[in-house]
Design a protein around this ligand. Structure first.
Ligand code: MG
Length: 159
């Protein structure tokens, strides 16, 4: 059957951390805080795919209490999600995601993000959608306290 899934994630912005979004390190005074590289975009995408696949969420697969995954690249998380799909004969059709952040501009990095996410998921870049929007200065994203991401995924899977 064709199934869709949604994903949502938030990470706090802090000093002293690299900013990694969509598998790309972006020069910025602040980075996202988290157990892994805190790539909020990849995390939302992983959850959308796992949801479409009928699997438990990313926190179940990658508990933030596990020292083995401290500092892990979220592209590796996507590669592991891809192996879950392969084990269950689930075919990923496409993903689409939106980053919500006041700054920095991510348009200069979109092509590389799509390439890296596509490579991790074995998905042509034409099936990887990434968009970004500000929150019009409203709320925690608007105040620059953190970033949020939303994602959807569509798969074809056995019932
Ligand atoms: Mg996360």
């Amino acid at each position: 059957m064709i199934a869709t899934g949604i994903g949502y994630d938030v990470h706090r912005l802090v000093a002293g951390r690299p900013l990694v979004l969509g598998g790309v390190e972006i020069p910025h005074p602040l980075g996202l805080e988290g157990h892994s590289d805190a790539d909020v975009l990849c995390h939302a995408i992983a959850d959308a795919i796992l949801g479409a696949a009928g699997e438990p969420d990313i926190g179940h697969l990658f508990p933030n209490t596990d020292p083995a995954i401290r500092g892990i690249s979220s592209l590796e998380i996507l590669r592991r999600v891809r192996s879950v799909l392969e084990e269950k004969s689930i075919r990923l059709h496409n993903i689409d995601a939106t980053l919500i952040a006041e700054e920095p501009k991510i348009s200069p990095h979109l092509t590389l993000m799509k390439e890296r996410i596509g490579a991790a998921l074995n998905l042509p870049v034409t099936r990887v959608g990434i968009k970004a929007t500000t929150n019009e200065s409203l709320g925690f994203t608007g105040r620059g306290e953190g970033m949020a991401a939303l994602a959807s995924a569509c798969v074809d899977r056995p019932e």
